[in-house]
Ligand binder design. Structure first.
Ligand code: FAD
Length: 394
């Protein structure tokens, strides 16, 4: 058995189609390429490296230990963490009087989570995939039909309106919360599926850098303005700006329908943020977009025989309050890679074991994420004695 450059043994090369070149699909393509398989990556949108940052999708994300492990496996952890990630050592809570206090994530070992740019990380993973000649990327290809049992897919080329038919040994659906691959699975018997929209939505605002190009708030924290029924958070960006996200019931968003009402609301609940964002920018950004919905999806099994598998948000979209959606999706790729190793690329065994073992953890993360909204917007302000002591020592 020959050995590949990266140390893996050369076996039969599988022909894999990954649908969705978002964070998880792009990472999975690299994992599979390292194993020597042929990977074709199909993405609905154009190459993310050519598009300016889209609004309405979180601009930055918290990268934590599961995500870091996956990036380490593909050789990108050090770059992301040391050169691009901004460590957040704890939460910094903003009271309504403008005063703040810190709650460490890990007072003993001082571990951090890292704020990373979504587009940057996605672009980096795509760039990494270009190092492997066994990966092909097709942008502007929307999956419109799938016969998963036969391993066949039909894509619409969105720039030319042509249709393209492809077949593969394995189809991996990494096409996000509204997955077309998953849709094809829902027709199959014994496929359990549930989706839950919460009554709260989110809207992104921005705190720009100060006049000297520096941060306007202490950067090494995840800042939170907890207000009981709703909250605002801010994560730091590389350019010293902050992505600020307001999470709130849709009914409350709807009531803020004039500039006066918006400013009165911010003056009451987030007064210290007004000079940071800027009055004019706050009004412009708030009314530029509608708030986005938040959905949680649970389904199982994740596979169809030895032919198709769901990973990432396509398998388990979660509400963002635990900061684990991407991290859990990255962990899917790590676990899948371990199963390829364990079962010597035997797809039936790999996909069955993934389905049987993965759902309990992803369902648990989903429930924790729902709970953590209450924690972040409300319970975080109610301190126990031990927590208060850790905060005093921080
Ligand atoms: P996606 O990122 O949705 O990518 C799916 C890709 O598939 C897209 O590129 C899409 O264009 C493509 N696609 C869709 N349909 C088709 C089709 N028919 N044909 C071809 N391609 C298709 N997670 C964290 O870990 N930490 C955080 O701090 C965090 N913060 C978040 C904040 C907010 C406000 C939100 C909404 C989410 C947050 N998440 C966070 C979750 C994270 O964004 C997702 O878990 C992650 O993006 C999932 O990646 P994915 O690749 O599975 O799906």
């Amino acid at each position: 058995m020959a050995t590949l450059q990266n140390g893996y043994s050369k076996k039969k090369q599988l022909d894999v189609v990954v649908v969705g070149a978002g964070l998880v699909g792009s990472l999975e393509a690299v994992y599979l390429a390292k194993r020597g398989h042929r990977v074709r990556l199909y993405e609905f949108r154009e190459d993310i490296r050519k598009t300016p940052t889209a609004r309405g999708r979180s601009i930055n994300l918290a990268l934590s230990v599961r995500g870091r492990r996956a990036l380490r496996d593909v050789g990108l952890e050090a770059h992301m963490v040391k050169e691009h990630g901004i460590p957040m050592t704890g939460r910094r809570i903003h009271r309504t009087d403008g005063s703040t206090y810190a709650i460490p994530y890990d007072a003993n070992t001082k571990q951090s989570i890292y704020s990373v740019g979504r587009n940057y990380l996605n672009g980096l993973l795509l760039q990494e995939s270009e190092k492997y000649e066994n990966v092909e990327r097709y942008f502007n290809h929307k999956l419109i039909e799938a016969n998963l049992k036969k391993g066949s897919l039909t894509f619409l080329k969105t720039d030319t309106n042509e249709t393209v038919h492809v077949t593969a040994d394995l189809i991996i659906g990494a096409d996000g919360a509204f997955s077309a691959v998953r849709k094809a699975m829902t027709k199959r018997p014994f496929f359990d599926f549930s989706q839950k929209y919460i009554e709260h939505g989110y809207l992104e605002l921005c705190i720009p850098p100060d006049d000297n190009g520096g941060f306007q708030m202490p950067p090494n924290f995840l800042h939170i303005w907890p207000r009981g029924e709703f909250m605002m958070i801010a994560l730091p960006n590389q350019d010293c700006s902050w992505t600020v996200t307001l999470f709130m019931p849709f009914t409350k968003f709807k009531n803020l329908d004039t500039e006066e009402k918006l400013l009165a609301f911010f003056e009451k609940y987030f007064p210290d943020s007004i000079p940071l964002i800027g009055r004019k920018k706050l009004i412009e950004d708030f009314f530029a977009e509608s708030p986005s919905p938040l959905v949680a999806i649970k389904c199982r099994p994740y596979h169809v025989e030895d032919k198709a598998l769901l990973i990432g948000d396509a398998a388990h979209a979660v509400v963002p309050f635990y900061g684990q959606g991407m991290n859990a999706g990255f962990e899917d790729c790590t676990l899948l890679d371990e199963l390829f190793q364990k079962h010597n690329d035997s797809l039936a065994e790999i996909l069955t074991e993934f389905s049987e073992t993965r759902w309990e953890d992803t369902f648990a993360v989903s429930d924790l994420a729902m709970y953590n909204y209450i924690e972040m917007r409300d319970l975080v302000t109610r301190t126990s004695y031990r927590l208060r002591k850790a905060m005093d020592d921080f």
